[in-house]
Design a protein around this ligand. Structure first.
Ligand code: HEC
Length: 98
């Protein structure tokens, strides 16, 4: 029994670390604006919202348009056609650098 203890402790530690890493991901905040909740809610289901500010310097409307369509076509992002404009508009307004 006592030989199993260190393993259990290690497993508990790994579980705690993972939970914390995921909590941090969720804490990335996007700039406030129309469409923020919609955009953040969809994008964060697959990856960190960091991807958005990280790519902002090289983005403009057509860049975001392509990127959002890539998420839908290649990765199966669950974005309704009628929401694409809101999301691309939000990203263009707040995260364009070029
Ligand atoms: C269904 C899953 C999924 C959703 C939802 C999703 N993405 Fe992605 N995204 C990916 C994958 C997979 C990659 C590429 C692999 C990686 O680097 O993690 C990626 C990469 C990216 C990149 C890096 C550049 C590139 O094209 O590879 C950007 C920018 C990006 N996503 C933006 C977004 C935005 C903005 C949203 C929300 C509108 C979004 N993603 C929603 C799966 C998704």
């Amino acid at each position: 029994m006592s030989r199993a203890a260190p393993r259990i402790a290690l497993a508990a530690c790994i579980a705690t670390c993972c939970a914390r890493a995921f909590a941090d991901e969720g804490s990335v905040q996007l700039v406030d604006g129309a469409g923020r909740e919609l955009t953040a809610g969809i994008c964060v289901t697959c990856h960190s919202l960091d991807y958005i500010p990280m790519n902002a310097p090289v983005m403009n409307r057509s860049g975001w348009d392509k990127s959002v369509h890539k998420m839908i076509d290649k990765f199966g992002a669950p974005i309704r056609p009628e929401d694409v404009n809101t999301i691309v508009g939000y990203l263009t307004d707040h995260y364009s650098g070029s």
